[in-house]
Write a protein that binds this ligand. Structure first.
Ligand SMILES: *[C@@H]1O[C@H](CO)[C@@H](O)[C@H](O)[C@H]1NC(C)=O
Ligand SMILES: *[C@@H]1O[C@H](CO)[C@@H](O)[C@H](O)[C@H]1NC(C)=O
Ligand SMILES: *[C@@H]1O[C@H](CO)[C@@H](O)[C@H](O)[C@H]1NC(C)=O
Ligand SMILES: *[C@@H]1O[C@H](CO)[C@@H](O)[C@H](O)[C@H]1NC(C)=O
Ligand SMILES: *[C@@H]1O[C@H](CO)[C@@H](O)[C@H](O)[C@H]1NC(C)=O
Length: 289
């Protein structure tokens, strides 16, 4: 019975899906690259109608016009190009995340930066700078939260940089904190993999990736990235010359993974995909698969 209901829910989605897909047959992309050619990539804070979301890296790229400054109508090619141009991060590092963003969106082939926040699609608990979706009083998994960020801000005491070691300890400490404050915590392997990739990215992007596992990310650069969502160019930051790829970032990621002492905890659903905001956390209900 349960299986049948799930199947029916899926089948009932198919007509709409088929229409969306066929409407795009022979479809030429609106943009091959970001519609931001000619942008001077200076920093500009978002206005009230601009979309920003839970990802400080993507918000920063929009604040500098590598992504559309309004944070909207973003496609996979646009986001891959922006991440490459702004951070010298290669497509192999972020393609899955870009696809995840599309899954969370209402439209079939573009998204805005806020839509990424759909809980438990690509968005996850135990963020470095946002509170968990289910934590009161604000249930705000979108905006930067200084209290949450304290763990990272105060890490690696005594030196002026963060690195893979401190990033691993930060993940461990954040895991303990959210275990204590969020009864509805979802801390599974999917979230852990995404979190670890994100941690390795702030170290790699703000540091010099040629140093491998010993890469040092100056604290003031990382703090400006998270707190102001600004590239710390005036402070001396330069984009890496060596491209950050799955291979070049791996040593950092492995070290973070090791020191995180990941222990699955909280509510433990198997990872699945929510198809839209009306999809429930329960995979058996309609709009989740
Ligand atoms: C982003 O998309 C969502 C729909 O998923 C919409 O509710 C929201 O208003 C959009 N944000 C902006 C700033 O247009
Ligand atoms: C941009 O996205 C909005 C919905 O978020 C849509 O209404 C509009 O048509 C899109 N514009 C383009 C150029 O695709
Ligand atoms: C930030 O998170 C803390 C800890 O959960 C919470 O007490 C505070 O209300 C949050 N601040 C905002 C502005 O959401
Ligand atoms: C990170 O920095 C700390 C403090 O200087 C140091 O003890 C640790 O060995 C460094 N980690 C790596 C992987 O270089
Ligand atoms: C990083 O280090 C390499 C080798 O030490 C150097 O060539 C490069 O200029 C440094 N800076 C950047 C931004 O890549």
């Amino acid at each position: 019975m349960i299986k049948l209901t799930g199947l029916l829910a899926l089948v009932s989605l198919l007509p709409a899906w088929t229409v969306m897909v066929s409407a795009h047959t022979g479809y030429a992309r609106q943009y091959d690259t970001a519609p931001t050619t000619g942008d001077d990539h200076g920093f500009q804070a978002p206005g009230p109608n601009d979309a920003r979301g839970p990802c400080p890296g993507l918000n920063t790229l929009a604040n500098h016009g590598y992504l559309p400054r309004d944070g909207k109508n973003i496609t996979i090619p646009i986001v891959l190009q922006a991440v490459l141009d702004g951070f010298n991060v290669g497509p192999d590092v972020v393609t899955v995340a870009a696809k995840g963003a599309l899954i969370a969106a209402e439209t079939p082939d573009f998204f805005n930066l806020t839509e990424i926040a759909l809980h438990e699609t690509f968005e996850h608990d135990i963020s470095l700078s946002r509170e968990d979706f289910n934590v009161d009083p604000n249930n705000d998994n979108i905006h930067f939260n200084e209290t949450v960020f304290t763990t990272l801000a105060n890490s690696n005491p005594g030196v002026d940089y963060y690195n893979a070691t401190s990033a691993g300890f930060v993940q461990k400490e954040r895991q303990a904190i959210q275990n204590a404050v969020n009864p509805q915590l979802i801390n599974n392997v999917k979230g852990f993999k995404i979190r670890t990739r994100e941690s390795s990215l702030y170290v790699a992007v703000m540091g010099n990736i040629t140093d491998g596992v010993a890469t040092r990310a100056p604290k003031n650069y990382v703090q400006i990235l998270f707190r102001e969502e600004r590239l710390p160019i005036a402070e001396g930051w330069k984009k890496n010359e060596l491209m950050i790829t799955a291979d070049t970032i791996r040593p950092i990621q492995k070290e973070i993974e090791r020191l995180s002492e990941f222990q699955p905890s909280g509510v433990q659903p198997n990872p699945w995909i929510r198809l839209g905001p009306s999809g429930d956390i329960d995979p058996i209900t309609a709009n989740s698969i």
